[in-house]
Design a binder for this molecule. Structure first.
Ligand code: RIB
Length: 308
């Protein structure tokens, strides 16, 4: 039976503007399209896993505004357990103004809002339910102390963890994340965490190995259109990219991690789970939006028929 998955992390409301090009500083530019949707790295990863049929719970905080109510409703609609979603009075929910250009590449601003109030105590309050999970996912849009606390809690209770160190945080201490089971950075985040260059395959592997030397079991580096690389102390596996025409790459990393969690929780084969995750993320970038671009199990099976 598949292990239950928990996400201790963020939620945001994505305010997405599609544009022909990014504006220059001081310039006013007309953009052809605006869309609003549910996002946030934590909620996106939870949503992807749930869309694929996983049993998911989320520990997060929303503001007492219309965005907060809508976020809870959206999580529940996807079948995610929201018992540990707290509402912070007098605070806004997290929001993310996002700008997507013609090639599908994006720039993202985040305003943490209530996400900044997700505290170690919230993890303790959810402890009995978290202990029922086999895998806990974290990202960096909530206070770093909450991430450290969750890692320590999971390690003490024999629960595997995935940390996506995004957005890149200069204050993340490699020593305090060494108990994570899987660290999933992109190249920028890996460079910042390791303090090493990552401009070639060998450099990327050496940077990942420097973190493995500090105790992290497995590093999975996401490489965008170049696929991903799985690095352990004695093994390197390249995950080939899946070629598609991108419309919007926003949330592709979250689609990758949420779906990896779902497949890994099901069968425990890391390399196989990564191949499936690569397909799932590729499918997501052929559509606009973040969570709304994540396929259901049936839709994903259809995509795989044409792309495997
Ligand atoms: O990874 C994409 C996500 O980053 C967006 O949904 C946005 O909310 C920001 O958190």
């Amino acid at each position: 039976m598949s292990k239950k998955i928990a996400v201790v992390g963020s939620n945001m409301v994505d305010l997405v503007t599609y544009m022909d090009r990014m504006p220059f500083l001081g310039e006013t530019l007309e953009a052809p399209l605006f869309e609003m949707g549910c996002g946030g790295k934590g909620a996106n990863q939870a949503f992807a896993a749930a869309r694929l049929g996983a049993d998911v719970m989320m520990v997060t905080k929303v503001g007492d505004d219309i965005f907060g109510d809508n976020t809870i409703f959206n999580l529940q609609k996807a079948g995610i357990d929201t018992k540990h979603v707290g509402v912070i009075k007098g605070k806004s929910s997290g929001v993310a103004p996002i700008f997507v250009d013609k090639s599908g590449e994006n720039s993202i601003l985040i305003v943490k809002g209530a996400n900044a109030d997700l505290l170690p105590q919230d993890v303790d309050d959810a402890a009995e339910d978290l202990k029922q999970c086999g895998l806990i996912l974290m990202q960096m849009e909530v206070p770093v102390e909450t991430v450290y606390h969750t890692i320590a809690f999971a390690a003490a209770n024999g629960i595997e963890t995935i940390l996506n160190p995004a957005p890149a945080a200069a204050d993340l201490d490699p020593e305090r994340i060494r108990q994570v089971s899987f660290l999933v950075p992109n190249e920028t985040e890996l460079a910042l965490l390791s303090g090493m260059p990552v401009s070639t395959d060998d450099e990327t592997t050496a940077a990942a190995r420097s973190l493995i030397a500090k105790g992290i079991r497995t590093v999975i580096v996401t490489l965008g259109g170049r696929g991903a690389r799985l690095i352990t102390a004695d093994n390197v596996v390249s995950i080939a990219p899946v070629t598609v025409t991108p419309k919007d790459t926003t949330g592709a990393g979250d689609a990758f991690i949420g779906s990896f969690a779902r497949f890994y929780a099901e069968h425990g084969n890391v390399a196989e789970a990564l191949k499936s995750a690569s397909l799932y993320a590729a499918d997501s970038i052929t559509k606009t939006g973040t969570q709304k671009s994540y396929a259901s199990l049936e839709e994903f099976a259809e995509f795989c028929k044409n792309h495997s």
